[in-house]
Design a protein. Structure first.
Length: 447
């Protein structure tokens, strides 16, 4: 039946049909962090091709994965024995309204491509921090990056989306047209269809001051607490991430690294914002420099074969911050600690109403994350200690950011979407995907 359907599809499908044995199959079958062996990979070259692919997937009864950049920690961009719709050929970037800085971006574009395309126009969109990450996956779940405190999440700049729904229709969604669907795709992930085009309101941008300021690992407690205190009063042009206890750089002895971006090219203003960080401890490295915004996005690293990631995160509001930081610095000073990161958020992200989008964590001031990396036996051996750490953190944290997790079970979904948000998302799901065709994600089941 699948072969017959594929023969029918090939007559009306614009794009590539890649099956096992095809020269491109090995390169296209997996995602960055997950191997896969799908029955067929469909790479549409047009919106009509996406429609045909969705109809084929719905009729096949096979599992469906949708791949943009393919960077999902949970491996949503591939599967075994199912269908992958790969949007890589839909990667256009076009400024469609110069006066309003509206940019139309294909659903398969990556943020590196977007940043480079917008640079000659003096424009940017608040996005993530890795070049190869897909616009779709990042935006649909949030979009936390180097401009988040000044310009908000990536999804906060979204003004319109073109979506192929489970029945193969193409619908547009914005604040006026299909408004409830527009609310849902801003935080609700890929549950409601395939976004073939995003329209963002970009902002004028300059070069930015970006780099790393490092301190001895022995000063972690004073540096991390001092950093958190300062970020509550720091200018919103400053976005920072703290990383420490890196097992590949000495574990407890590894430097405390504060990665910074000051969104502006004024040296005096930048130094005024950065000097309080430099005075948190003994600076052992400082490479902050003025550079184009596009250069703040890093190249994604492909892990060696056999290397596994286990990541987990949660948000911290003001009331829980001091206790959570104390736990993290205590754990970071012990042998066997996971790699620890803390992002300061707030600012523009927090000025959006809680129910304005399906991203439901606007009141957080921090996002903390843990990562265990290594061969599968090493990661498995680390899981009990990780679980114990998160049990200690539980009274002080809430929620989760779907883009940074390797798991997506019911507990994770409940953390990403509080009860009222989930109920509203489930109602939208029932309208646009009642059979749950798009289930390869932080899945919201139809109400």
């Amino acid at each position: 039946m699948t072969t017959t359907n594929l023969e029918t599809l090939s007559r009306e499908f614009s794009g590539d049909i890649i099956e096992p044995g095809h020269p491109d199959y090995a390169a296209k079958s997996g995602a960055l962090l997950a191997p896969g062996a799908p029955a067929v990979i469909l790479r549409p070259s047009s919106v009509g091709g996406v429609q045909a692919a969705v109809k084929y997937a719905a009729a096949s009864g096979l599992a469906l994965s949708v791949r943009g950049g393919g960077h999902s920690f949970a491996g949503f961009g591939t599967n075994d024995g199912g269908i992958v719709i790969d949007l890589g050929r839909l990667d256009g970037v076009e400024v469609v309204e110069g006066g309003w800085h509206v940019v139309r971006i294909g659903g398969g574009a990556t943020w590196g491509r977007v940043a480079e395309a917008l640079a000659p126009h003096g424009l940017a969109i608040s996005s993530g921090d890795t070049k190869g990450v897909g616009v779709g996956g990042l935006t649909l779940a949030g979009g936390i990056g180097w401009k988040v405190r000044k310009h908000g999440l990536a999804l906060d700049s979204l003004v319109r989306a073109e979506i192929v729904t489970a029945d193969g229709r193409v619908v547009s969604a914005d604040e006026d047209e299909n408004a409830e669907l527009f609310w849902a795709v801003r935080g609700g992930g890929g549950n409601f269809g395939i976004v073939t085009a995003f329209e963002f309101a970009a902002h004028p941008t300059t070069e930015v001051f970006h780099g790393k300021i490092a301190f001895p690992g022995a000063q972690a407690t004073q540096v991390v607490q001092g950093w958190a205190d300062y970020m509550r009063i720091a200018p919103e042009a400053l976005t920072t991430i703290v990383a420490f206890a890196n097992p590949f750089a000495g574990g407890p002895e590894a430097p405390v690294e504060i990665f910074v971006t000051f969104d502006g090219d004024g040296e005096e203003e930048a130094n005024a914002a950065l000097d309080p960080i430099r005075h948190l401890g003994t600076v052992i490295a400082d490479d902050v420099a003025l550079k184009p915004y596009a250069e703040t996005l890093e190249e994604g690293q492909t892990p060696p074969p056999g290397i596994r990631f286990h990541t987990r995160n949660a948000f911290v509001e003001r009331a829980g911050a001091d206790a959570a930081l104390q736990i993290l610095t205590e754990i970071g000073a012990t042998p066997g600690s996971p790699f620890l990161t803390i992002r300061s958020i707030g600012g523009a992200l927090a000025r959006v109403a809680d129910d304005a989008t399906a991203f439901a964590h606007r009141r957080a001031e921090l996002m903390i994350g843990t990562a265990a990396v290594g061969p599968a036996p090493v990661v498995e051996a680390a899981l009990p200690a990780l679980d114990a750490l998160w049990d200690r953190l539980a009274p002080h944290v809430s929620g989760t950011y779907a883009n940074f997790n390797t798991t997506a079970d019911d507990k994770d979904v409940a953390a990403a979407y509080p009860a009222d948000t989930y109920k509203r998302l489930a109602a939208v799901k029932r309208r646009y995907d009642p059979a749950n065709l798009f289930s390869g994600n932080y899945n919201v089941r139809p109400l």
